[in-house]
Design a protein around this ligand. Structure first.
Ligand code: B5S
Length: 282
């Protein structure tokens, strides 16, 4: 750390330990000299940022337009020849991700309180014409009052044509990505955020992800299959003497043919607690 780069920031803050390191940034705890208030300072090296520099500018411009009780506040930006410093709200509770892990899963009561805060923040972000596009528990911090603060708008988008304008950049984390996004289709940013919120709610309540695998392509396949019922697929596979894969292919085409009807009616039988079986004596 060459002292010159830190000359400006040290006029206003005393820097303390590093509490987070990401791709091209690190986050240090700090204290504002005039008020003695604690802050977090995200420090980025412009050379290391390379092509990602525009993302930082997008995030900073977005943060200047966003002020909400469940969005981490940006207080100050300092740019030197080599560094960019973002002075941010202090969130000592750490990441929601770690909190869920520490509690295995949250009670419905606590999940409801947190989810309402996420919905409030995202409704506000969408209302301002932005889409976050990287919603996940790692990007939700807990503040000293045990409330959530949304962070990291580095992937956010503010389509010029308004939020119903289609986006194309595939971004965010696979497990939270909407089907249209992983298919590379043009998508609506706010709709992709809503999908991610559904995955988030599942993670809050269950303590694990609905669509997840070490292999990202398998994760994508699970997302695309969504709520295909395995028992129904198995019964159709046995009845038709066809492989599960071929039955899955047929069902996933949603042709509303006899295969579709049989699948839906099997699901309905299962939902009413009846055996998942076809006409042979059940
Ligand atoms: C808009 O808010 C943003 C944008 C962004 O790009 C990054 C961050 N990152 C932050 C902000 C605050 C903290 C923080 O206060 N952490 C903390 C403080 C005391 C104890 C423990 C954690 C932050 O922490 C990063 C490490 C968390 N794993 C990141 C906010």
């Amino acid at each position: 750390m060459s002292a010159g780069d830190y000359e400006e920031i040290l006029k206003y803050y005393e820097l303390h330990e590093t509490i987070g390191t990401g791709g091209f940034a690190k986050v240090k705890l700090a204290r504002h000299l005039l008020t003695a208030e604690k802050v977090a300072i995200k420090i980025m090296d412009k050379a290391a940022l390379g092509d990602d520099l525009p993302r930082v500018k997008i995030e900073i411009d977005a943060m200047k337009n966003l002020s909400h009780q469940h969005i981490c506040r940006l207080y100050q930006v300092i740019e030197t020849s080599k560094k960019i410093f973002m002075v941010l709200e202090y969130c000592p509770g750490g990441e929601l991700f770690d909190y869920i892990i520490s509690k295995d899963r949250l009670s419905e009561e606590e999940a409801r309180v947190f989810f309402r805060q996420i919905v409030s923040a995202i409704a506000y972000v969408h209302g301002k014409g932005y889409a976050h596009r990287d919603l996940k528990p790692e990007n939700l911090l807990i503040d000293k009052e045990h409330n959530l603060k949304l962070i990291d708008f580095g992937l956010c988008a503010k389509p010029k044509g308004g939020l119903d304008y289609h986006l194309n950049t595939c971004c965010g984390s696979p497990a939270y990505a909407a089907p249209e996004l992983i298919q590379g289709k043009a998508y609506i940013g706010s709709e992709a955020d809503i999908w991610s919120m559904g995955v988030l709610l599942y993670a809050l309540l269950c303590g694990f992800l609905p669509f997840d695998d070490a292999n990202v392509m398998v994760t994508y396949k699970k997302i695309m299959l969504g709520h295909i019922d395995e028992d129904c697929v198995t019964e159709l596979s046995v009845f038709h003497k066809q492989s599960r894969e071929s039955i899955l292919e047929l069902i996933s085409e949603w042709k509303y043919d006899h295969m579709s009807a049989t699948y839906f009616l099997l699901q309905s039988k299962k939902a009413r607690g009846k055996h998942v079986c076809l006409r042979v004596p059940c």
